[in-house]
Design a binder for this molecule. Sequence first.
Ligand code: NAP
Length: 319
Amino acid sequence: MKDTDILLVKPVPPLIVEALDAAFTLHRLYDEDDPEGWLEANGGRVRGMVCGNFPLDADLLDRLPALEIASNLGVGYDSVDVAAAKARGVMVTHTRSVLDDEVADTAWALVLMTVRGLARADRYVRAGRWQSEGAFPLARHSLKGSRLGIIGLGRIGRNIAARAEASGMEILYHGRHEQADQPYLYYGDLREMARDCDVLLNCAPGGPATEKMIDAAVLEALGPEGYVINIGRGSSMDEAALIAALEAGTIAGAGLDVFEDEPEVPQALRDMENTVLLPHIGSATIPTRTAMFQLVVDNLTGWFGRGEALTPVPEMEGA
Ligand code: NAP
């Protein structure tokens, strides 16, 4: 495999760089003085690449005519034009399954921090307000007996549902399909589910199909006692509508791990007391990230060593 050319467009963690450097001929586009010139001269030799931290679009794919596989770092691959890759016979893989529990734990922490006001309570103690103002205000809801509406009951969503069940919540879900093997109540209409739940949690993929799906109408349906949690993608939330709803009291609060324009987080969201804001850390532990990095490498070594990708994205099945 050492004579196989692999491209890094943007920097990736050392584990990936070192493993790929040992197994392949590795090119770092970000180190080139003239990346366009390098692509012009050498793009035709590249057979594999790592993606996920830049847009892999038809234009870039056209400059890599020998590309066989793009190994995406992350389970979400909305930065990859999969249709364009598939049309050119390029395999796309992602790091599914190895992060499900980690992301579900983060989601569940975000629910508790937001709905039970735990992040705000921490700030209350630090600011000395316990002594000066007395007891912290009571939370509106107990999780037990409340209704959680999950958008995207997939691998991560089902792990979140298990945590919600342990907390005594009733679970509803929305997706494009009803899942016959799931015991939870299905809603084909997102607004209807928002109307019927206390906590609306998004863990669906990003991309055009889910763009701004949580809009003003959905937030209005959620209502002034309702909380929205987003651990999926920032693109699925209409952030301007969210800010307006929080300012107007249309909803009670929001817990967000993902944003429209990361790492930019609107000042309005930062200034509010009823928001909890995390810097996209759903899977951010050393063991889980290490497993993801290893899977990025294993997909490439599997492909070039045995002609087999380990974890293709669903669109590749039967390709
Ligand atoms: P998954 O197993 O593929 O599940 C995705 C779920 O979303 C499916 O149940 C699917 O159900 C639903 N869905 C897909 N398209 C939809 C649409 N247009 N409208 C409504 N529902 C839709 O994926 P996963 O492994 O659970 O990961 C889910 C997402 O979590 C990733 O794509 C990524 O964006 C996000 N994520 C975030 C972090 C973080 O750090 N915050 C970490 C990992 C992943 P139907 O097929 O029935 O529609």
